[in-house]
Each structure stands twice: as C-alpha cells, then as structure tokens.
Design a protein around this ligand. Structure first.
Ligand code: ADP
Ligand code: MG
Length: 248
C-alpha cells in the first residue's frame, strides 16, 4: 500500500465510524482534484456540510406536505397590483416566524393565496424553519378523529414541533363539529408558533366556520393581534390565463 492508499483507507474507516457516508464517497475524488492536502480537507468538509444541508432541505420539504411546489419565481405580482410585493418578499426572510406572528391571506378563489403560501413555506424551510401545510377541512377531520380516539392532547402536541403551520382554505366547506376543535388548535398556537391562514371568508363570516360568536371573536382578536393581513384582490389567475389563451 502507498502512503495515499493507507491514508484513504484510514479516512474510509473513520468516515464509517463517524457515520459520514457523504464524506466517505466524495473524499477520494476531492482529495485527488485538490491542489494541496489542506485544501482537500476543507473542500471535503464543505461538501459534507452542503450534502447535509441538501438532505435536511429534502426531509423538511417532504415533512411539509405541500400539495405542489410553488415558488416566488413563478409568482406574478403584476396580477395583484394591490398586494405589497416588498412586504411579501420581506416575509419570505422568515422574521415573522421568529417573532411568532401570523399571516392571514384573504381573497377570492384563484387569486394565488395557496401559491404564495407555499412559496413562503419553502422560503421558510430554506431559512431552516420547520413548516407544515394542511387544508383546514382535513385538519378539522383529523382533530375530530383524534378526539374520538381520546388522543387529542397528544395530537395537538405533535404540531408544536412546526415553526409555521399553513392552514389552507379556511371556510370553503362547513366544518361541523370540527369547527370548535379547529378553534382550539388555533388558540393553542397563539404566541407559540406562527400560523398562516388562507381564506375566502371575510372576518365577519368566520363565525360560520367556528360556530360560536364569542369563541370566534376571541380567536380573531388573538390571531389579528400579531398578524399581517394580505388582501388578494383581483380576478382568478386561472381565468385570466384562459382569457389570455383564447385571445391568441
Ligand atoms: P387560491 O389559493 O387563491 O384559490 P391558487 O394559489 O390555488 O389560488 O392559484 C390557482 C392557480 O393559479 C395555481 O395554479 C397558481 O399557481 C396560479 N396562480 C394564481 N395566482 C398567481 C400569480 N399571481 N402568479 C402566478 N400563478 C398564479
Ligand atoms: Mg387556495
């Protein structure tokens, strides 16, 4: 064995011991290409860090359960002249999550609320936060089921690990007995973690979702206390697109 072979064999062993499979597979190639031994070490470690970052990103993206991957690159701000672009892009830096603030996106169907929420969620993951996307109807059903199976407290607790919960499409369908549970969910998150809600319902109609007027008023008071409210005013983007197509 040459010196290099011995050294490589040692690195291989150490990487196994330290459970660094990424470094183990890249070490030899990087060491060969590097100008000097010092550089090969730094390059290998930098690669390992990058590989781990990519792995963490992929895991967190999967955990977030986004229904589609939408980003700000494909978001057309021109379609929503009333939406404050600078403010929205500032939100993408994640300061609101650090401060445990909420965002409420209010507007008609098809105006890009879900698209923008996913884009914000992905930006938050890139800023190293944990994010979970769920539709309001499904969350209400899951809460109800957890309650019926006497595991509601545990279920609620399982959501505490997320820094940002995106609750999509509040109010498109009646939630029935899930309404008060969704109320409890939102109330428990208050000042503990961020909540982003998308809805087509103006605040005056939230009582139709949660049922009880007093509970609803209390929730709105809490939610909007630390909230950015973004209004999506415009025509449905799908509709605008099909109109454009039919012109051609
Ligand atoms: P909402 O959640 O408000 O009902 P969506 O975000 O689901 O609307 O948007 C409907 C479709 O139109 C999606 O495919 C989305 O990507 C697209 N869309 C909506 N608004 C925009 C926009 N401003 N720029 C680019 N695509 C948009
Ligand atoms: Mg939507």
């Amino acid at each position: 064995m040459t010196m290099t072979e011995t050294a490589n064999a040692m690195v291989d062993l150490y990487c196994r011991e330290l459970k660094l499979p990424g470094l183990r597979s890249t070490y030899q190639a990087t060491a060969r290409d590097a100008a000097g031994p010092g550089q090969s070490h730094t390059a290998c470690l930098a690669q390992e860090i990058e590989a781990r970052r990519q792995h963490r990103l992929a895991t967190r993206l999967a955990q977030a359960c986004f229904p589609a991957l939408k980003t700000f690159e494909s978001f057309d701000f021109a379609a929503l002249p009333q939406l404050p672009k600078v403010k929205v892009l500032a939100l993408a830096e994640g300061g609101f999550i650090r401060d445990r603030e909420n965002i409420i996106c209010l507007g008609n169907p098809g105006t890009g609320k879900t698209h923008m929420s996913i884009a914000l969620g992905i930006a938050a993951i890139q800023a190293d936060y944990r994010v979970r996307f769920i539709s309001a109807v499904i969350l209400a059903q899951e809460l109800l089921q957890a309650q019926q199976e006497y595991r509601l407290p545990r279920y609620l607790k399982s959501w505490q690990s997320f820094d940002l919960v995106i609750l999509d499409e509040l109010g498109y369908l009646g939630l029935g007995p899930g309404g008060p549970l969704l109320f409890q969910f939102c109330a428990e998150r208050y000042e503990r973690g961020s909540l982003l809600i998308t809805t087509n319902l103006e605040f005056a109609r939230w009582v139709e979702v949660f049922g009880d007027p007093t509970l609803t008023a209390a929730l709105l008071d809490r939610l909007t206390h630390h909230a950015q409210i973004l209004l999506f005013e415009g025509e449905s983007y799908r509709f605008l697109e099909s109109k454009e197509r039919s012109k051609k």
